[in-house]
Design a protein around this ligand. Structure first.
Ligand code: ARG
Length: 289
């Protein structure tokens, strides 16, 4: 890396979000969720709105899916699917509490013209699948199964790199790793940031080999969900609590923008969890499939 940070270019993104109208913490499926602690739905909505408005101000397109009553976690749309080139791979949630969300996401993809594939394997969408350049980084250990990694490889015809998560606080890949460059030249190393301790040794070695220039974040920044961020290649929306990561991003020429989702962290989710990327024009999948 040179001392001079490279010029970063923002790329327009298309996202799917879900207003947290029914948000609360009424069950616990990850170590962050404490049903005994009160939640404030109005505050969750206000914080979520800030994130929505930030995306719109940056020129991104944001689609909305209707929230379902009785599904307080539906705000975390990243788990609702994984999309590349107009093909939408549907979710199959690990826990019964979220399973009713799957048909709603699949219906939304169909209604919006995506070439929609119902899954056979347990997987939690972009929570565990992140596109980095032309390979798919895939998390397992807590939610999505190793078999879902094979299913993704078959459906998208891409190389899938399996990574094993070992710390229950970082139960989805998007809590432990962020892709900073959504668009890169073929063969170029995309910017990524990750929390080394969240992965087993073999996965860490694989990450070091593939991403020698990655940003390694501190345990402190990881623990406030600093990595659960959304980047357009220049602007990176992060938690205001991830102080060290903010500095690391600036040093590399990114523009960190701080958005606080403290209320949604009570459910074990952050910025990326509330954001599903819709890659490829709807209808494109049918032509190329
Ligand atoms: N309460 C949700 C769950 O445990 C939070 C999901 C967070 N989503 C994410 N993409 N990391 O399923």
């Amino acid at each position: 890396m040179s001392d001079i940070a490279p010029a970063r270019i923002p790329h327009k993104r298309r996202y799917l979000m879900c207003r947290p109208e029914h948000y609360t913490v009424s069950y616990s499926i990850n170590p962050w969720m404490e049903p005994a602690n009160p939640t404030d739905t109005a505050k969750a909505i206000a914080q979520w709105q800030r994130l929505y408005d930030t995306y719109v101000e940056l020129g991104h397109e944001v689609e909305l899916i209707d929230p379902l009553e009785g599904y307080p976690d539906m705000v975390y749309t990243a788990n609702g699917g994984f999309l590349i080139d107009g093909i939408a791979y549907g979710p199959e949630f690990r826990y019964v509490e979220r399973q009713g969300e799957a048909p709603a996401f699949i219906d939304w993809f169909r209604a919006n013209g995506y070439d929609t594939r119902a899954p056979e394997e347990v997987n939690e969408g972009e929570g565990d699948f992140l596109l980095a350049g032309d390979v798919v980084l895939a998390g397992t250990g807590f939610r999505s199964t190793g078999d879902s990694h094979g299913e993704v490889a078959r459906i998208f015809g891409r190389e899938v790199v399996s990574l094993t998560l070992v710390d229950p606080r970082f139960y989805h890949l998007d809590t432990a790793l962020a892709v900073l460059d959504p668009v890169v030249e073929p063969g170029a190393e995309p910017g990524v940031a990750y929390l080394p301790h969240a992965f087993d040794e073999a996965s860490r070695a694989e990450l070091e080999r593939r991403f020698p220039n990655a940003i390694l974040v501190s345990d402190e920044d990881g623990a406030v969900f600093g990595l659960n961020s959304a980047s357009d290649g220049y602007n990176v929306i992060i938690s205001p609590r991830a102080k060290g990561f903010e500095v690391q991003l600036r040093e590399r020429g990114y523009n960190p923008i701080l958005v606080d989702l403290s209320e949604l962290l009570l459910g074990g989710g952050g910025i990326k969890c509330c954001t599903l990327e819709l890659r490829g024009a709807a209808g494109a999948g049918e032509e190329t499939a």
